[in-house]
Design a protein around this ligand. Structure first.
Ligand code: SF4
Length: 202
């Protein structure tokens, strides 16, 4: 499975043009993970308002080429594998002041405590997705990153696009990250834990 990663710096104001939590979090109701992770809807309070302050983001899109002739099941496998690669990449790229927003549900623990009604035990590891925060990911990818999602009416797509972000405290941090990007893109990825705590109000 091969893929390419594209990054672009965007302002929070630009991202907020594609923030529509009522509509986007509404789609989550059809997901089997709905309500199963503290990082996923439904929320008592807006998760976006509970994140550390940020003014800019590195929007990250990962294009993964689909194996020709893939079945639907194989396509799902490839999507889940691509999503995990992006999660590992984003966590690896975190820095002080730059918090990752991953693709999919939180994977901070092997089993989330939410189904048992127990509060998140390791909030420093909890990461939201752009969808869970209420962003229209298709619009972010197309309008801000210039990357289109490809879903043909029949057959399998040529590629899968997975999307995440690093939310940066200020523009200087985002620019500094971008200057270092080539070194980070070539560094081996060992998912690591950065102690950035998201305060949840439950
Ligand atoms: S860190 Fe663990 S308990 Fe908290 S949301 Fe993630 S999986 Fe659930």
């Amino acid at each position: 499975m091969t893929g390419t990663v594209h990054t672009v710096i965007v302002s929070k104001a630009d991202m907020m043009r594609y923030y529509d939590p009522e509509r986007i979090q509404g789609y989550c109701r059809t997901c089997e993970k709905y309500g199963q992770f503290w990082s996923c809807p439904p929320f008592e309070n807006s998760p976006l308002e509970q994140l550390p302050p940020w003014t800019h983001a590195i929007l990250v899109t990962q294009k993964t080429w689909v194996e020709p002739g893939s079945t639907k099941e194989r396509l799902i496998e490839q999507f889940l594998a691509a999503r995990q690669i992006l999660v590992n990449t984003l966590k690896h790229w975190e820095r002080d002041g730059c918090l990752s927003v991953i693709a999919g549900h939180c994977s901070g623990c092997s089993k989330c405590t939410r189904p048992r009604g127990i509060a998140c035990q390791v909030p420093s590891k909890m990461r939201y997705s752009l969808e869970a925060l209420g962003f229209d990911v298709t619009a972010l990818a197309e309008k801000l990153a210039g990357q289109s999602l490809h879903w043909p009416k029949s057959g399998v797509p040529d590629y899968l696009l997975t999307v995440g972000a690093l939310l940066c405290r200020d523009q200087a941090l985002a620019l500094a990250w971008k200057q270092n990007e080539s070194a980070m893109q070539t560094a081996p990825i060992h998912p690591q834990h950065h102690p950035i705590t998201i305060q949840r109000r439950t």
